[in-house]
Design a protein around this ligand. Structure first.
Ligand code: GAP
Length: 443
């Protein structure tokens, strides 16, 4: 990472802590490596990201339904999926400095990049990334269960349950948002690679033969989703996997990548998983997951196109892309230019001064906004300039200021975050005005 890009990342990490987006987990005990907690602004931002995904992938579509499967699953699931055998990273330890590396991330295995010593690496070992725990009071081999390393398998094992309950016909999808766990060897880059994270995955079941068309469709669709929520197009790209990079189940895979300060990195993978998972689970469970296709009047194993995204990675990308430091001197400001539908606070209500009835009018507007479930905030302290600056830094798209003129004609000032343009609107209809602005911005 260049100094400038690494400074940018440090500035974002520090803003996240100061403003309550993201804290180090268990900080008072020195922190727990690679675990992070979302604070008041962060939890709203991440919920909005998940909501935007759910709306795009489930609520606005007639061909996709949702599911919420449990994290702990029958251990045979991971045998069938190939995770017990194949979900490993190649690992080496430096015998001199004791640092651990992923062998496939090292340019050469002759010299340790940390301590600079030559020929100090151990043999490459395969390290399974699944976290193990025990179910029930006895901690023996028969009680071992795994924390799921992907949400996808909860969808595959429920494939026929969902298809029959929803009376779904091909092509159709099943979507899920939930926590996954991987004992990553090299977590890092803030929330980019962690050991506990949230995935947003959708398995789209299609007739064999239609898979390549749907693969093309989901590549375009998923790239557009990030752009539609404000990520600059020049910071997004699609990267096709080489044959030797493909997971054991995939016929083709492409990553949606974002240009993070630490380089182009994966936000989401879109894979053609073929009929691998449904066939594996049929074999291992002894219960066929083949579907009776009304059109061909045959039992078939559908192919699966899987757009698999990370809620934490997407949230980090939205944060990084929104971050800007603008202007000079008095005019300098830090602003998070979130898309309004992602902004943790939509509106801040600010009485110009703490007298002449302005706080009371502001309080009434604030109460009205809250009653309409519009994420809002009231701030009565310090100069109006400083209060605007605080909201710019939180990414709040609109401020409503109650001022002298409000007392005369019942209008308030609306100030827009990005342009800093100010104009007046009637305080009586302010909830409708803001609702319309938020709706327009989301189109
Ligand atoms: N079901 C397919 C699957 O899990 P993946 O590429 O391993 O594919 C999908 O994971 C997405 O989950 C990634 O693109 C990323 O956004 C997120 N993800 C995976 N590992 C992660 C980690 N250690 N920390 C944060 N997010 C992660």
């Amino acid at each position: 990472m260049t100094d400038q890009r690494s400074d940018l990342m440090s500035a974002i990490v520090s803003l996240c802590k100061r403003r309550g987006f993201i804290f180090q987990s268990s900080e008072i005990y020195g922190g727990l490596n690679s675990c992070w907690d979302y604070g008041p602004l962060g939890v709203e931002l991440k919920r909005n990201v998940k909501e935007a995904w759910w709306n795009a992938m489930v609520r606005r579509r007639r061909d996709i339904v949702g599911i919420d499967a449990s994290i702990l699953m029958h251990p045979k699931v991971w045998e069938a999926s190939g995770h017990l055998k194949g979900f490993t990273d190649p690992l080496v330890d430096c015998k001199n400095c004791k640092e651990r590396f992923r062998a496939d991330h090292l340019a050469n295995l002759d010299k340790c990049p940390k301590c600079g010593m030559s020929n100090t690496f151990t043999e490459v070992r395969k390290f399974n990334l699944m976290f193990k725990t025990f179910m029930g009071p006895v901690e023996d081999d028969s009680a071992v269960v795994y924390m799921r390393p992907e949400t996808a398998q909860g969808i595959f094992v429920n494939f026929l349950n969902v298809q029959q309950a929803a009376r779904a016909k091909l092509p159709f999808g099943i979507a899920q948002i939930g926590k996954s766990f991987r004992n990553e060897i090299t977590p890092g880059n803030f929330t980019y690679r962690t050991r506990e994270f949230e995935q947003m995955e959708m398995e789209f079941f299609v007739r064999p033969g239609d898979d390549e068309t749907w693969y093309e469709y989901w590549r375009t669709e998923r790239l557009s989703w990030y752009a539609s929520l404000g990520i600059k197009r020049e910071n997004l790209r699609l990267r096709d996997h080489e044959k030797n990079e493909l997971a054991h189940y995939a016929k083709a895979c492409v990553d949606v990548e974002y240009r993070f300060p630490f380089g182009w990195s994966e936000l989401e993978g879109i894979a053609n998983r073929t009929d691998f998972d449904l066939k594996q689970h049929s074999q291992h469970s002894g219960k066929s997951l083949a579907l009776f296709d009304e059109e061909t009047k045959q039992h078939i194993f559908p192919y699966v196109i899987e757009p698999a995204a990370g809620a934490d990675r997407a949230t980090l990308a939205f944060l990084v892309d929104a971050y800007a430091v603008e202007g000079d001197g008095e005019d300098k400001r830090t602003v998070l230019r979130f898309h309004p539908s992602l902004a943790p606070i939509k509106v801040a209500v600010l009485p110009l001064v703490k007298r002449d009835g302005m706080p009371e009018i502001a309080e009434k507007i604030y109460t009205d906004l809250l009653a309409h479930s519009i994420q809002s905030f009231i701030d009565v302290n310090s100069s109006i300039g400083r209060r605007y600056a605080r909201q710019d830094e939180a990414g709040t798209p609109f401020c409503i200021t109650v001022d002298g003129q409000t007392l005369q004609d019942g209008t308030v000032t609306i100030r827009e975050r990005d342009s800093r343009v100010q104009y007046r609107a009637a305080s009586a209809g302010i909830v409708e005005t803001i609702t319309a602005k938020l709706r327009d911005a989301s189109r």
